[in-house]
Design a protein around this ligand. Structure first.
Ligand code: ATP
Ligand code: MG
Length: 432
């Protein structure tokens, strides 16, 4: 509001633009505010002072105006139109232009609106209000041409349709289906960013179903192409059952019924995910069934899982898979009872047979020094003890840790004695 006011007081034209207008009309809280104006980048910087501005999108004339921390950052951009796109992603050049041309260069009609906060007036050159009211994602202009310009829009279209529960306009849908394979022109980082937004959203199952329907899923994740109808149905149920979930957990949910855990490593590298995301997804896939019959598992094995960083994620995945299994197997009566239990316990993810989860949760309440006692020895101790460096370390430390959790060794001296025994007399299932 203040930014628009300031520009207008200085005699410029200025409106809120794009996603923030759409979100407000939908009654949602915008993530960020963008302002479009006829002031040039230099004029914007002069007006808001150099100290409070940052030339963020220098090539496009976008200036970030730093407000009070509560208001966050506002991006102020000069009305512009884009020249040709030759790389399938970015315009070769931009020229400053009119509000109407600035609306026309935006991707979808629902994203092409301006709002004048001083007059409380929506300015609509593209029919965005009607599409918002009807719940339609429609490319501005010729869909085919707009996707040729910038292939990221293929994914954005699906994301908006899924997260707002909107329909894709028929011509826009047809263009996405036809151009889907070209999504590979988009950088791994941008693809990952869109997948992150879609999978982390509670609408993820709709997003995945839509990606599948338009053919983008098999381009982005060829690993899933062979999925059977049963696996697809399971996946959709698990994605739904996850409710709130961070990206690595949701990705594990998407992959769990179809691919081997190792495939998630390739996918993670292909999308340039953060290592911790890759590791978390992989760990979840490896252990997706590890909490089944938790109370009958050797305690140290279970304990190892319970003290892992990702245990909350693993419990959530286990619960979602159990819930999905229950939906498959349960007869109507069971389903009714499950519904009753769920309502009764006020817990939306607890499966009907929640004993595994309940057992794990109870164990997690153990005193920390008992649940997760500090390791008796470290790699440094192995060095000091004269063990030659190498692959052996991990294995020895794991073996000692297991023995500690099983209470077979309780002191450092006993731990080192075990190391000696393991080295002179390695068990048949030891390291190669
Ligand atoms: P989100 O809720 O994800 O922030 P958004 O629509 O605000 O959605 P932004 O990436 O913040 O998306 O972009 C702000 C506005 O810029 C959009 O509403 C749209 O008008 C325009 N825009 C963004 N990306 C593109 C694109 N790839 N092609 C054309 N216009 C775009
Ligand atoms: Mg935005």
């Amino acid at each position: 509001m203040a930014a628009v006011e300031k520009l207008r007081a200085a005699g410029f034209e200025a409106y809120w633009a794009g996603g923030c207008v759409r979100d407000r009309l939908l009654g949602r809280d915008p993530k960020d505010y963008d302002v479009a104006t006829n002031a040039t980048p230099d004029e914007i910087r002069h007006l808001f002072t150099k100290r409070r501005t940052l030339a963020v999108g220098a090539a496009f004339g976008v200036i970030a105006v730093l407000g009070p921390p509560s208001a966050g950052q506002i991006e102020v951009a000069t009305f512009r139109q884009d020249a040709a796109y030759s790389d399938g992603r970015h315009p070769d050049a931009v020229t400053f232009s009119t509000p109407e041309a600035d609306a026309q260069r935006r991707d979808f009609t629902i994203n092409g609106l301006f709002y004048d906060p001083l007059e409380d007036e929506v300015i609509d050159f593209v029919g965005g209000q009607a599409d918002l009211a009807q719940g339609i994602v429609r490319a501005i202009g010729d869909p085919q041409a707009r996707f040729v310009e910038d292939k990221l829009r293929l994914l954005r279209a699906v994301r908006f349709a899924a997260t707002f529960d909107f329909a894709l306009d028929a011509a826009t849908l047809a263009a996405i289906v036809e151009m889907g394979p070209q999504i590979v022109a988009v950088s791994a980082e941008r693809i990952a960013a869109e997948m992150r937004l879609m999978l982390a959203s509670i609408h993820r199952s709709r997003a995945v179903a839509l990606l599948r329907k338009v053919g983008l899923l098999s381009v982005l994740l060829p690993e899933l192409s062979e999925a059977t109808p049963t696996a697809i149905a399971t996946t959709q149920r698990v994605l739904d059952a996850l409710a709130e979930a961070e990206f690595p957990l949701a990705l594990a949910g998407l992959l769990h019924a179809v691919v081997e855990p190792a495939a998630s490593l390739d996918i993670g590298r292909r999308w340039k995910l953060a290592n911790r995301e890759i590791e978390r997804t992989h760990w979840l896939l490896v252990n997706q069934r590890s909490l089944v019959d938790a109370e009958y598992k050797p305690w140290p094995k279970l304990q190892r899982l319970l003290i892992a960083d990702g245990i909350d994620n693993l419990l959530a995945l286990h619960a979602a898979i159990a819930q999905s299994d229950a939906q498959t197997h349960a007869d109507v009566e069971d389903l009714l009872e499950e519904e009753f239990n769920r309502v009764f316990e006020g817990n939306t993810t607890a499966p009907q047979k929640g004993t595994d989860i309940a057992y794990c949760r109870a164990k997690l309440k153990m005193p920390p020094e008992e649940l997760n006692p500090p390791p008796l020895i470290s790699g440094d101790d192995l060095i000091a003890h004269g063990v030659p460096r190498g692959k052996l370390y991990r294995w020895l430390l794991d073996a000692v840790r297991d023995a500690q959790l099983e209470k077979q060794v309780t002191t450092r001296a006993e731990a080192l004695a075990l190391v000696d025994r393991l080295r002179t007399n390695p068990p048949t299932d030891g390291p190669d």
